[in-house]
Design a protein around this ligand. Sequence first.
Ligand code: FEO
Length: 143
Amino acid sequence: MEVLHWDNSFNIGHVEIDNQHRMLVDMIATLQRSLSQGLVNPQIGITLKELVAYTKTHFQLEQDVMQKSGYPHYAEHVKLHEHLIDQIVKILRDLRRGESITAIQLSEMLKEWLLHHIMQEDKKIGAFLQQQSKPATVTAARQ
Ligand code: FEO
């Protein structure tokens, strides 16, 4: 099982968001290490719950940043966040019901769950913020 590691290519260019993404990567890596040691469902469930709680905190911050900056795809992005939370809550529910998921499946799913979102969606926020922070180009009118 390949444990997730932070890579600077995950940065979107907003310090707080990047720090929280780094924290999420670390949490998933911790979970992956637990999974590779064969920890049983209750322990994994606790770590997953912590991951859900931190993810919600992160999504709230990111949504505040999007809203304040006037990000044009705010509503779609919020829907993606809700979908991501639903996915992980479903896994927690399945684990609680005693349904089994292999360590590798869970590990790969979480890695994909986070990285796909950061690289495909959060990067767009970063690009927008960068665009916003550029000084407007003023073209002098020719007389
Ligand atoms: Fe970093 Fe859209 O979550």
